[in-house]
Design a protein around this ligand. Structure first.
Ligand SMILES: OC[C@H]1O[C@H](O[C@H]2O[C@H](CO)[C@@H](O)[C@H](O)[C@H]2O)[C@H](O)[C@@H](O)[C@@H]1O
Length: 553
């Protein structure tokens, strides 16, 4: 995609739009999402002549140009009512007894209709006019500016669809993502040409597993398995995998995020260019690479990846071994092993069981911190590397509290015999979470640093709430289950309060105030919103809502 002519042209339009319209309310992503009405060459000629005619283009000429040559952003995804949507499905949230809560849950459930789309046949016919990629089945988009399917968002969308008994829609999403692996070798960050250079947290196997648990569909496992094997190769290739030798001389392999991209992200090019103004040309390329790699992590952006939490240009994502990524890959290995066993491929099952055991041992040896009683990320220092092998240094563990430090709880809950991850699961881990400062009044904070980046304090994100709550709820400890339920109740209440106030579900919430959505970051707070809806429905399915429990916070 580096020389993708459509993207190159749309980025010229994007920077002209900024010059013409000014920075207020400017969203660069809008321009790289515009579908062309004509062949590219015709639009480029018209654009060049517009430039020749007038040095600075007037707003009205610019708007006329947009209207003549482009359709509206998002018009290449057509509204499609999901085939399996029912206003109140049989067996829906049976444990929700409170009438007000049930009424709201049905409203949240009904939002699936608004977020459901199909890629237009026009995209299949003339792909060169669209940055949107063709997908065969129904998609659920996150909402607002996110008018395409996203990789890791889809896991929580599917969790919600399962609560909504929409199994066909859930499967269609999975088949779409599989089609991306078949075409590109990995699931893209999102289904746009400008996302081909990177993936997002690998959760496809978790989507398949959860759907299989509800439907028993072995065909799904058979279709998914070859794709998951390809995806696994992607995450353990030289690009992502690093070898680290521990203090006993054992070598371990763990993975990191690393996009194949050294330019401004097309969807945010004007912002990336502005941020990099003070950098030299080679520093710029490295910075763009680190930003795109942070986007691969799903945590774009966060003090978690920054050497100096007040300076985004110090983002160094590729120098970090993230605990959540390795948990997801370990889960992918366990899922592959389980699916292979069910479908009768015992040697693949055995091979991936062994890979998962090695990764668990690596996580425990390198990322577990016994003093903090939690897992942590690890900073790679190039001075510690000899012939491509890093020597483990305990001082390089990142001891700051991030919600991601507790994501292994989720894996432990799904595969309870994964105890190689930890000496022994005991109440100290729960105490460590409670004392971390991450548990806010209305949810789990992403970090403890308020940097103005969206993956930091005071923002709480639905996926992080869900993985930790799910992990605690299934930890076979009454204390852990109680904590899980209280986090879930507060999270539901704040989502409910914000919905009552604004009429919308939000992409992120402020965990310090009731009913407030989150902010910060590089774009305006978005509504819709796929994963938030999914997590509310999944929590209500798990914990229910008794008649006499107050709905407001
Ligand atoms: O346009 C800026 C960035 O937007 C996306 O990231 C955020 O939204 C995604 C969709 O909900 C979500 O998956 C991600 O975790 C959010 O940070 C996009 O994924 C980025 O690649 C993009 O640069």
């Amino acid at each position: 995609t580096e020389t993708d002519p459509l993207l190159a042209f749309l980025q010229r339009v994007q920077s002209d739009a900024l010059r013409t319209m000014g920075p207020t309310n400017f969203d660069p992503k809008l321009y790289v999402d515009l579908p062309l009405k004509t062949d590219l060459s015709i639009a480029v000629t018209a654009f060049n002549s517009l430039h020749r005619r007038s040095g600075t283009i007037s707003l009205s000429d610019f708007n006329k140009f947009l209207e003549e040559f482009f359709d509206e952003a998002g018009s290449d995804l057509v509204y499609a009512k999901p085939v399996d949507f029912k206003p109140e499905p049989e067996g829906f949230l049976v444990k929700v007894e409170n009438e007000e809560m049930r009424k709201w849950a049905l409203e949240v459930h009904a939002i699936w209709k608004n977020l459901s789309r199909r890629v237009s046949e026009e995209v299949k016919r003339r792909p060169e006019r669209h940055t949107l990629l063709y997908l065969p089945g129904t998609v659920i988009v996150p909402g607002s500016r996110f008018r395409e399917v996203y990789y890791w968002d889809s896991y929580w969308v599917i969790r919600g669809l399962l609560a909504s008994k929409m199994y066909d829609t859930a499967k269609a999403i999975v088949y779409n993502l599989i089609s991306l692996i078949e075409r590109y070798g990995h699931v893209l960050n999102g289904a746009r040409t400008y996302y081909i250079n990177r993936s997002q947290p690998p959760l496809l196997s978790s989507m398949v597993r959860d759907i299989y648990m509800r439907t028993g569909d072995v065909e799904l496992l058979k279709r998914a398995l070859p794709a998951l094997l390809k995806e696994h190769s992607f995450w353990v290739s030289d690009v992502h995998q690093v070898t680290i030798e521990d203090q006993q001389g054992h070598k371990h392999c763990l993975s990191r995020y690393q996009a194949r991209w050294y330019q401004p992200r097309p969807e945010s090019a004007t912002l990336d260019e502005e941020l990099s103004l003070k950098l030299t040309p080679s520093e710029k390329d490295a910075f763009y690479h680190e930003l795109a790699s942070a986007a691969e992590s799903g945590w774009d952006f966060s003090s978690r990846w920054m050497r100096n939490s007040s300076d985004l240009t110090t983002t160094a994502t590729t120098s970090i071994i993230p605990v959540d990524l390795n948990t997801f890959i370990c889960k992918l290995e366990l899922d592959i092993s389980a699916f292979a066993k069910i479908t009768g491929d015992n040697s693949t099952s055995q091979k991936f069981m062994e890979s998962s055991i090695s990764r668990k041992s690596a996580i425990r040896s390198l990322l577990w911190n016994p003093t903090l009683v939690q897992w942590v990320d690890y900073w790679l220092d190039k001075h510690d590397a000899h012939q491509g092998v890093y020597q483990w240094n305990p001082g390089s563990q990142n001891c700051k509290n991030f919600a991601s430090n507790f994501v292994p709880l989720w894996l432990l809950a799904q595969y309870p015999d994964s105890d190689q991850l930890i000496e022994e699961f005991d109440e100290d881990l729960i105490t460590s979470l409670k004392k971390s400062g991450l548990i806010g009044e209305y949810g789990i904070a992403t970090s403890l640093s308020n940097t103005g980046q969206q993956w930091d304090l005071p923002n709480g994100w639905a996926p992080l709430q869900h993985m930790i709550v799910d992990g605690l709820a299934n930890a076979h400890s009454k204390e852990a289950r109680r904590l899980a339920e209280s986090i879930a109740i507060n999270w539901i209440r704040t989502n409910f309060a914000a919905y009552k106030k604004t009429g919308s579900m939000h992409e992120k919430y402020d965990v310090e105030s009731c009913g407030e959505f989150g902010g910060g970051g590089e774009y305006k707070p978005q509504t819709g919103f796929g994963w938030s809806n999914g997590v509310v429905l999944a929590f209500l399915e798990e914990f229910g809502w008794p008649r006499d429990r107050a709905v407001s916070c």
